[in-house]
Design a protein around this ligand. Structure first.
Ligand SMILES: C[S@@+](CC[C@H](N)C(=O)[O-])C[C@H]1O[C@@H](n2cnc3c(N)ncnc32)[C@H](O)[C@@H]1O
Length: 300
């Protein structure tokens, strides 16, 4: 395995900084300094919990990658690579590229390294991250929803600034703020004995940026910005599986701050609430509707 690059301290060094161009101004090439609030409230990710739904979680990564208009990118970074599932599909499409992965979770990076020992994976935080050299493809599946709303656009602009002209920034995020699964989390958080603990933490993710906001912010830097939604309808064996699904992701900021007994109570109340808002299907399964937002931008 080749040596692991510490992506946290890498810097762009290819463009002279003395004469700012209009693009420099647009790119605001200073990494945002604010740290991610919700991450600070949660424990580390569990790769094992996340991978319980590996197939369903990886499908949008495939759908995103299928729309990347590059035939032979040389340098690719999987931002928020998680356990390496998204990295594997990128490698599969571009076997000759130099692919690296970065993520802020130690457990995810450890799992990714074990899964793909030939790839360089490194710990890093997107809020202070700059690729070490210009990149052809920045790929990010299901990560940007975890970045605080105010930080997202500055981070995206900064990352686009690290692309080669013609390079691609491609991301996908769940867009499920108004889905029953997520409305239920917020409702349950306000109801039980855990309400006092959770209220000041304001757990949970807010709505993502709208397509119009994303387009208007990123288009001045890009020759094209393609945005679309896909609504997946995952057929899961029961309501418990919906709870298991979100335990690996969106429920973490709600239950991680709770003591064991409160966590148990929260999960029970959440399951009851999920039973009420998702009907059982003809085969006894439950359909988990899952809207996702995709964006593929080509740097001007
Ligand atoms: C839902 S998982 C996605 C994993 C993988 N990309 C996939 O396609 O399934 C989100 C990942 O984003 C990472 N993450 C969240 N905030 C991050 C940040 N600020 N910087 C880097 N990684 C971050 C988490 O550690 C987690 O592994």
């Amino acid at each position: 395995m080749s040596s692991v690059v510490d992506l946290r301290i890498a810097t762009i060094s290819t463009r002279p900084k003395s004469i700012p161009t209009q693009m420099d101004h647009l790119l605001q090439c200073h990494p945002p300094s604010r740290s991610y609030r919700a991450a600070a409230q949660t424990k580390d990710w569990s790769a094992a919990q996340y991978l319980k739904f590996e197939e369903q979680r990886t499908r949008p990564a495939r759908d995103l990658l299928s729309q990347v208009p590059l035939s032979s990118p040389k340098r690719i970074i999987d931002l928020g690579c998680g356990p390496g599932n998204s990295t594997a599909i990128v490698l599969n499409r571009y076997p000759s590229a130099h692919v690296t992965g970065m993520d802020s979770s130690a457990d995810m990076i450890k799992t990714a390294k074990a899964a793909l020992p030939q790839v360089d994976f490194a710990l890093g935080d997107l809020s202070s991250y700059t690729p070490g050299e210009p990149v052809d493809l920045l790929f990010s599946n299901a990560v940007f929803q975890w970045i605080a709303h105010a930080d997202r656009i500055p981070i995206m602009k900064h990352l686009i600034g690290s692309l080669q002209p013609g390079g691609v920034f491609a991301f996908q995020v769940p867009d499920n703020y108004l889905e029953p699964s997520h409305k239920s989390m917020r409702a349950v958080a306000q109801e039980g004995p855990w309400a006092e603990t959770l209220a000041p933490l304001k757990p949970g993710l807010g709505p993502f940026h709208t397509p119009q906001e994303l387009y208007d912010e990123l288009k001045p830097l890009c020759s094209s910005v393609d945005i679309w939604h896909t609504y997946y309808n995952h057929s899961l064996p029961g309501h418990e599986e919906i709870v298991e699904w979100v335990k690996g992701t969106g429920l973490r900021p709600f239950v991680d701050p709770l003591a064991a007994d409160q966590k148990e109570g929260f999960l029970k109340a959440y399951l009851e609430s999920i039973r009420k808002v998702y009907p059982s299907s003809v085969d006894g399964n439950v359909l988990l509707r899952y809207p996702r937002l995709f964006l593929v931008a080509v740097r001007a």
